[in-house]
Write a protein that binds this ligand. Structure first.
Ligand SMILES: [Fe+2]
Length: 265
């Protein structure tokens, strides 16, 4: 009996969602679920989330947590949909409040900015029980102020901090993002034991390579293309790169949707 990690890939947004569960007690968590969105019809559907639900049902898991590593700008979350179909609680960083407060006026939203759309607000160092295990929350801001990573039994789910070693790190140009803060967050992750399995939130498969989504802390240290330099070099490179990036295609749909707790439409 052990902790199981099951990845699911959402091709349209290059996002990895994960189900993790305690084999003994069958308690499960989903990290970063994705809703399907058709830009032409503006329809939100949930066939990808239903694949997660089917896995939960097939393996008779007790879904306890729906964790968002941050407010995503590139895809719509299926968190509320899954919450409506199960007894699971939604979990976000305590810094959701800051993100909502900053973005509410930018998007002209009628939005409570107290994070009340989500069940549980977590802090750095807090634990979420999962059967015989504990999921430790590691605050990893930089990409967004509410970024969290989740450590459990030799696995770390790093949200948008690092990508696979050939793909570097996440952008820091969203409101209140910070390249220096991201560097500090990455430094915290790299202090985990070298053999820790690192699971990414996105994989864009550069240069036509096959999909890949896990590495180790040792591999990230040795080979991540954005880490082979000084801290100030990282920040400078990150700022230069961010200045050239275009806005995520679904940002203006995804951000308001996700800020409101991924409302079921
Ligand atoms: Fe992101």
């Amino acid at each position: 009996m052990s902790l199981k990690v099951i990845p699911f890939y959402h091709d349209a947004s290059n996002t990895l969602s994960y189900i993790l569960f305690c084999e003994h007690t069958k308690e499960a968590a989903i990290i970063d679920s994705v809703a399907d969105y058709d830009a032409l019809s503006a329809a939100v559907t949930y066939s990808s989330a239903n694949i997660l639900l089917a896995y939960i049902e097939k393996h008779q898991l007790n879904l306890r947590w729906l964790i968002e590593t941050h407010v995503h700008a590139d895809h719509l979350s299926a968190c509320s949909y899954l919450r409506s179909k199960t007894n699971a609680k939604s979990v976000v960083s305590e810094h959701i409040v800051e993100v909502q407060t900053t973005l509410k006026p930018m998007y002209g939203l009628d939005l409570a900015t107290d994070g009340s759309q989500f069940d549980v607000h977590v802090k750095d160092g807090e634990y979420l029980p999962l059967g015989e295990y504990q999921i430790k929350v590691i605050a990893t801001p930089g990409h967004t102020p509410d970024g969290i990573s989740l450590y459990c039994e030799g696995n770390v789910f790093i949200g948008d901090t690092l990508f696979m070693p050939d793909s570097g790190s996440a952008r820091c140009d969203f409101p209140n993002g910070s390249a220096q803060q991201l560097y500090d967050s990455i430094t915290r992750l790299l202090a985990l034991p070298e053999q820790t399995k690192v699971w990414v939130c996105h994989d864009y498969q550069p240069n036509g390579r096959a999909l890949d989504f896990h590495s180790t802390i040792a591999e990230q240290k040795e080979a991540n293309v954005h880490l082979q330099q000084t801290p100030s070099g990282f920040v400078e490179q990150r700022l230069q790169r961010d200045a050239m990036l275009s806005k995520p295609r679904l940002m203006d749909v995804a951000v308001p949707f996700n800020l409101q707790g991924a409302l079921v439409i």
